[in-house]
Design a protein. Sequence first.
Length: 369
Amino acid sequence: MPWSSTYSRMLLGATAVAFPLTATVLKPEKSEKQKLQEKIKVAKTMIETTMAIQGIPGLSVAVSVDGKMVWRSGFGYANLESSAKCTANSVMRIASISKPITATLAAQLKKSGSLEDPSNNNTETSEFLSNKPYTNSIEALEIFKNDDLVVKPGSKFSYTTYGLTLAGAVLEKCSGRSYRQLANGLFTDLGMRNTQLDTKKKIIPGRVNYYHRNSETNELENCPEVDCSYKYAGGGIISNVTDLVIFANAILHSYQLDTKKNLIKRETIRKFISEQIPIDNSVKSTTSAGLGWFLVDGKGVKSLNGNVANSQFFYHTGAAVGASSVLLIKPGDSESQTSSGVCVAILCNLQNCSVYNLGRDIGDLFYNS
C-alpha cells in the first residue's frame, strides 16, 4: 500500500535527536536539540504577535523537518465561551487546502487508468436534486451548471472553487465512487485519522467554534452554520495540523523520490508543481499557479523576520466561514534516499485573516540551519 499509515506513525513518533556538545576554544557548540528549541521559541513569538495583531482566537501549528515531526502546538482558544484551549489536535476547516487533496485524488485515478478515457469525463446527468445538502459533487453542479464560462479553459488564470466541484464530479463519474469515498480512502491510507468531509450535524471530537469580526463594531461573533457539501472538493474538508503535515510529507516524498512508496508518481507531482498558466500576464511575479498548488520562487526574498529565503516552495492557503489556513512545503536539496525539507501547517478559527506570511516565515526559520 503506497505511503500507508505506517509512515504516519513513523512521522509522529520521531523526535529531534540531541547530539553531544562539542567543546571549542571559545564556547561549546549548541546541540541540535538546543537549536530546535531556540527556533520554536522564535516561532512562538511570531505566532503570538500575529494573533495579537489580527485578534485571532485560536491557532494551531505543526512543523516537520526532513520527514520528522519536530513541533506541533496550539495557541489561544478553540471555543471562547467554554474557554476550551486550542491544541495541535483541534479540528478546523482547512478551506481551500482541500484543492491539493482533490488534485492528489485525480493523480491517483490517473495512475490507475481511470482518467485515461476522455469519454468517461462527461459529468452530465439527467436529474439534479433541488434539496440541500448535496449528497455528492454531481448533485452540487446544480448551483452553476447552466452558467457561462468565465474564461476559455487554459486561456487565462481564474481562481475557482466551483471548478473543483466540477473536478470532483468528474472523479465520481470516472471512478464510480462518491467524492466522500475517494477522500476517505486517501485519509485511511495516509493515517489521517482526524480528517473528513465537513458535516455540520455530525458530532466531531475536537472541532472548534468558528468566529468572524463584526464589520461595524469589530467585535468577535460566532459564525452562522454553513453547509459545505456543495464544495467538498474545493473547500469542504476539516482536519488538524498533525494530519495535514502527514499529507504534506507524503507529497514531499513523491516530489523528491521515485519509489514504490510514492503516494503519486514523481512525474505527476512535478507537473502539478510547475506553472500551468501565468496568474497575471502583465506582471512579473515570483508566484505561479500549478495544479492544486501555487509555486513561489522565493530565492533572495527577505521575509518579515529578517531571514532571506534560499529556496522555492509550494503552498496553498485557505479561507472559509470562520477559518483561515496555510499548508506549505519547502523541499530541501537532497540526493539521499530519504525526503528532505520543511512542511508547515497552520489553522485558525477566524475568518478573513492572513496566515500565509506567518507560514512562510516559520518555514524559512526551520529550513535555515
